[in-house]
Design a protein around this ligand. Structure first.
Ligand SMILES: Nc1ncnc2c1ncn2[C@@H]1O[C@H](COP(=O)(O)OP(=O)(O)OP(=O)(O)O)[C@@H](O)[C@H]1O
Length: 299
C-alpha cells in the first residue's frame, strides 16, 4: 500500500482575465488513493474551475496540484473526466466512443483486445445490445452511461466527475448512482465529484468538501462521512448519522456559506488546510435539533 498522499492541492487560486477578484483563493486539500470525495457549493464558487485544473484543462493563477507525486501540468489519460453534458463524439457509435480513449491508452492492442475491453465496460454500465448505436439514438441517461464507461475504460488513476447525473430524471439518476457505487467498490477508484445534491454526496462520498460562495471562495471544511461503506439508497436514511450529516450540509448551504463569504462566520472555517468535521459523532451535532421525525413519516 502506498504511503504518500495521492492528490495534493496547495494554495490554489484562479483569477480570470478582467475579473477584479479571484473566483477562489488559497484552496488546499488532499485526496487519498481510493477515496471518493465530493465538493458542494453554490453556483459560481468555482467547482468546475477546480475540476478543470485537476484535469489539466485549465491552469491555476497561484498554487500547485500534484497527483501520485507528479505535478499536474496538462491533460493525461491518468485522469478520466465525465462532463455535465456527456460530450460524446456524435459520429461514433457507443463502442467507438469508448474505443477512442482505449486505443490512445494502449496503442499496441489489436482490434479484438480493444473490443473485448470496451465490451466489459459497456456491460458494466448496462448498455449491452446498444454497442452500434450513435449518441443521437440514445436517451440522456444512456449517453451519460457511455460517458462513465468511456472514463472508466481507460482505467484512470483518478476519475473527475462534474455533476454527472444533474440532467437526469430521478429514476435514471438512482439507477446510475447504484452502478457507480458498485463500480467504485469493485475498482477502488479514486474520485473527485461535483454535485449539488446532498443526498447523492452522502450516498457516494467518503468526504464532502464544503465551499463558501464566490468570489474569493475557499473550502470552509471537509465533512467526514461516517456512514458505513455498504450503502444503499433505499435504507441509508435509517442510519443514526444520516440526518446529522444531512442537516449539517444543508445548514452550510442555506446559512453558513454566505456568512463565511461576508466574514461573519466561525474562524475555524479559515483553517488551512480546512478542518475535518464529523457531524455524526461530534457533541455539537448530537445536540442539534433533528429534522428526522418529520421525514420518517414519509418512509
Ligand atoms: N473561462 C472563463 N473566463 C472568465 N470567467 C470564467 C471562466 N470560467 C469560469 N468563469 C467564471 O468563474 C466563476 C466560477 O465558475 P465555475 O463554472 O467554476 O463555477 P461552479 O461552482 O462550477 O458553478 P456551477 O455550480 O454553476 O456549475 C463564474 O463566475 C464564471 O463566470
Amino acid at each position: 500500500m502506498s504511503t504518500h498522499t495521492f492528490l495534493k492541492v496547495r494554495g490554489l487560486a484562479r483569477r480570470f482575465a478582467g475579473a477584479a477578484k479571484p473566483v477562489f483563493g488559497n484552496v488546499s486539500f488532499t485526496i487519498e488513493r481510493g477515496e471518493f470525495v465530493c465538493v458542494i457549493g453554490h453556483s459560481g464558487c468555482g467547482k468546475t474551475t477546480i475540476l478543470n485544473i485537476l484535469a489539466g484543462l485549465d491552469s491555476a493563477t497561484l498554487g500547485e496540484v500534484t497527483m501520485d507525486g507528479r505535478e499536474v501540468a496538462g491533460p493525461s489519460l491518468d485522469r478520466g473526466v465525465v462532463f455535465q453534458g456527456h460530450a460524446l463524439m456524435p459520429w461514433l457509435s457507443v463502442r467507438g466512443n469508448i474505443a477512442f480513449g482505449v486505443r490512445s491508452r494502449w496503442p499496441d492492442w489489436d482490434r479484438a483486445k480493444i473490443d473485448a475491453h470496451c465490451q466489459k465496460y459497456i456491460d458494466l454500465v448496462h448498455l449491452t445490445g446498444n454497442e452500434a448505436k450513435k449518441p443521437s439514438q440514445l436517451s440522456g441517461g444512456m449517453k451519460q452511461r457511455v460517458g462513465i464507461a468511456r472514463a472508466f475504460a481507460i482505467q484512470p488513476k483518478m476519475l473527475l466527475l462534474d455533476e454527472p447525473f444533474g440532467a437526469l430524471d430521478a429514476l435514471t439518476r438512482g439507477a446510475i448512482q447504484d452502478e457507480l457505487v458498485k463500480i467504485c467498490a469493485e475498482t477502488h477508484q479514486t474520485v473527485f465529484m461535483i454535485t449539488h445534491d446532498v443526498d447523492e454526496a452522502i450516498l457516494l462520498a467518503d468526504k464532502i468538501m464544503l465551499m463558501t460562495n464566490g468570489p474569493e471562495a475557499r473550502i470552509a471544511e471537509v465533512v467526514v462521512n461516517t456512514l458505513p461503506r455498504e450503502r444503499s439508497r433505499h435504507d441509508i436514511h435509517h442510519h443514526p448519522h444520516y440526518y446529522r450529516i444531512r442537516n449539517h450540509l444543508v445548514d452550510f448551504l442555506v446559512h453558513r456559506s454566505k456568512l463565511l463569504q461576508e466574514g461573519r462566520g466561525d474562524d475555524a472555517a479559515n483553517e488551512d488546510p480546512p478542518r475535518l468535521v464529523t457531524p455524526g459523532l461530534s457533541e455539537g451535532a448530537a445536540a442539534e435539533p433533528s429534522r428526522e421525525p418529520q421525514l420518517k413519516q414519509v418512509k
